[in-house]
Design a protein. Sequence first.
Lengths: 216, 170
Amino acid sequence: MQDYKDLSSYINSKIEDIKKEILSNKISLLDLELNPIFQDLKNSINIYNINKYSELYKETFKLLNQKFEELKRILLSIDNQKNFIKYLKSNPVDSELAQLLTECWIDVFYSDCMSYNFLEYSRDRFCKKNIASTELEHLEKSILTKEFLLEFPKRKFTEKLMIYFELIKNKLPCKFNDIFEDENDQIKIYEHFVYILHLLQLGKIKYHKETESLYL
Amino acid sequence: MNEISILMHILSRKEDLYRIGATKDEILATLNIKNKNKSIYFQNLIINLANYVEPLGIQIRFNPLDSHWFISFDPELSDIISAYPFKSQPSLAATLFCILIYCIKNSGYVSVQDIKNIRKKENIYDDLRELRKKGYIIIHKDVNQIQLTPLIGYHLDINKLFTKLALKLK
């Protein structure tokens, strides 16, 4: 039976933790990734937990909606320069302003003596797929300690068939079972039986059904 | 040499103390692009270049203060702390911050008096001289006004700064 996952209690506690942290101003919804929760929900939903999960979906969507609302508010306030001036007039400490600058600082790349060769070499190394040629190695033939199961026959089938025919020719006519009486090996009996069938097919020997005997 | 090499060259060159890279028109002229779809071509060019150089840890950026395209190191991969010029000078950074906010509010200019009032510092002129030396501002002594140079637009992600500030003030 397939093992069905149920992450409902785990996801529920995660949502509760997020709510607590937001209410206590520890985190902002805008800094929070909701994707992992939606992924967990998607990957573990099944017919057995669908009732619990529908509630969890609702709760997670509430967080998502709230996040959109936060984003809307931020976008509206970005243009509000009066607020920025008001903030500066509130005498923030220098380190606070310096920290904001540090977080948004960009390290500019400029060079008046760029090496195109090195650039292209780097680009090729980093951006292209590794297509190094693969060398084909010859396989080493292993040494067999036992006889190979599908041993290649030393003689052709027709040759072996005729040798067997010569062998039994002098015994005929005889009962079908008597042909195999000296043979104990089952594989050999099967092999000889196949020869008999072929010899019958070729008309070299004949079979008398009533007496169950073979004859020439 | 192909478009990538030419773009890398013109976007990484320093024209003068305040200008790095090239404008859209300069890029199109250098590549001799004159057809009517040149804007679409330009957009694709920038996107392709950005994708191309991303594995090298560099990014293509736009400076809204002087409409120049330029190249920067990926902030996640570069050592911002060592590139940051105000490491042990938070006061200088704070003065630049105030000038930036006021200049954006007043369409590019701010009076020295306004900065003096907001900073509440005796030796504000030391900060201004230092910022001028670093190339971030021009002081117009005749009208006692300060103007930002485009340099800050290269070194500061202004959109990110405003978003962070808005988040802080919400």
